[in-house]
Write a protein that binds this ligand. Structure first.
Ligand code: SAM
Length: 231
């Protein structure tokens, strides 16, 4: 049996590629985007009342990780990428039906447009449904998860003076908290867990319309090298 679903909208996100996106929402409050609704949801009626809500659940498609054959076991990056686990025990992107869910902050509601932050969503993500977060039902005081017991440990992020100046300039131009965004995302240490790079190894990712490059001057420390217009 199969069912058809179609997106109610698409996310315009600060994250233009998967690298450096936090593994869950709320980890980078400066990660912002706009959920642009499509017809017939874009006229204002469907979001009426939503301005009374601080956070929403987004149900979405991992559109850049869809696969024909469902995986039963996955290797979550959080566990170092070499421990295999049942797909339903994880939040892995490769999963049956490719459906993700995130609680995000609702900053502003406009007809046809929701301004959201604390997102972990790639640019262009198709959203299947939007539901208000209901604290009395959604907060489970007694909940435990021994696989992911706490937020990832943060590492210190340093900046070359020139890189910080570049980021501040782009932040002003974009009207976005770009320095905070880069700080919050890189502090999660986006490097694959199995890599132990030397200081000569450089990494990069696009945030909004800028390319950010960084390296690890010593184990467990990130230094931002440059923030330049995306090429
Ligand atoms: N909070 C969601 C959940 O639990 O279903 C997502 C968790 S998943 C581990 C988060 C990762 O999904 C991000 O780090 C990013 O790399 C990836 N991602 C986000 N949007 C995506 C998309 N549209 N297609 C494929 N991967 C995506």
């Amino acid at each position: 049996m199969s069912y058809n679903v179609s997106p109610v909208g698409f996310v315009r996100s600060c994250f233009k590629e998967k690298v450096a996106i936090p593994r869950q929402p709320q980890l980078a409050p400066a990660a912002r985007g706009v959920l642009e609704l499509v017809a017939p949801f874009d006229g204002g009626e469907a979001v009426q009342g939503l301005e009374q809500v601080s956070h929403v659940w987004l149900l979405f498609l991992f559109h850049q990780a869809l696969e024909d054959k469902p995986r039963l076991k996955v290797r979550p990056p959080r566990l170092g990428g070499n421990t295999s686990m049942g797909v339903f025990a994880t939040r892995a992107t490769h999963r049956p039906n490719g459906i993700g869910q995130s609680v995000v902050k609702l900053d502003k509601v406009e007809p046809g447009r929701l301004w959201i932050s604390g997102i972990d969503l790639l640019d262009g993500t198709p959203v299947l449904d939007i539901k208000p977060y209901v604290p009395y039902a959604d907060i489970v005081d007694t909940a435990t998860n021994d696989i992911a017991s706490g937020a990832p440990q943060l590492i210190p992020v340093q900046w070359l003076k020139t890189a910080l100046q570049q980021a501040q300039g782009h932040a002003q131009r974009l009207g976005e908290p770009l320095v905070e965004l880069i700080d919050q995302c890189l502090a999660q240490d986006p490097r694959p867990a199995y890599q132990t790079p030397g200081p000569e190894r450089e990494y990069g990712a696009q945030f909004w319309d800028v390319d950010v490059r960084w390296h690890y001057p010593e184990a467990g420390v990130i230094c931002v090298l440059e923030v330049l217009p995306a090429g």
